[in-house]
Design a protein around this ligand. Structure first.
Ligand code: SF4
Length: 156
């Protein structure tokens, strides 16, 4: 007889779906915060080597970003040799997953876009992402390239 899941145990697929919905809810709430920012797609913050800054992603963010990569028709991250984000399209120069981009890409704006959010302005949202990370068995934020590559490998 096949093993049965008890009624009280959450279905792992449902738990992941709920976790990803929570990440997207965090992004939506951030967009509705009354903090004046204006990303004009300069993509300066996507130049990791030049800026010396790379976004760190919680596990839920990485899974959402990986879904964005798949939706863009790719199964793995493109190779880059210039130190820019692998999700910066090599021909268009635009983010391949803009609507699914991680929290750090939304909050660590370049000076032209109004500068980074103060931690106090988004700490509640950070806590929610950390909670999702723990629920998904994550071990805390990881650098974008490795976090998204592993999330993509998991989807194969
Ligand atoms: S995920 Fe998109 S917005 Fe974020 S650094 Fe990469 S290319 Fe830029």
């Amino acid at each position: 007889m096949p093993p049965r899941r008890s009624k009280s145990a959450p279905n792992p697929a449902d738990a992941k779906t709920a976790a990803l919905a929570e990440v997207r809810a965090v992004y939506a709430e951030l967009a509705n915060r009354p903090v004046q920012r204006d990303c004009t797609l300069l993509t300066e913050c996507c130049q990791f080597k030049r800026t010396g800054l790379t976004p760190y992603l919680t596990r839920g963010e990485a899974l959402v970003a990986a879904r964005g990569v798949r939706a863009a028709g790719r199964k793995q991250l493109p190779e880059r040799t210039d130190g820019a984000c692998p999700l910066l399209h090599p021909h268009t120069g635009r983010c391949m997953i803009y609507t699914e981009r991680p929290f750090g890409c939304r909050t660590h704006f370049c000076p032209a876009a109004g500068g980074p959010y103060a931690r106090s302005e988004v700490i509640d949202l950070i806590r929610r992402l950390e909670k999702v990370d723990a629920a998904l068995g994550g071990s805390g934020p990881r650098m974008l390239p490795g976090a998204v590559a592993d999330a993509l490998a998991e989807m194969r």
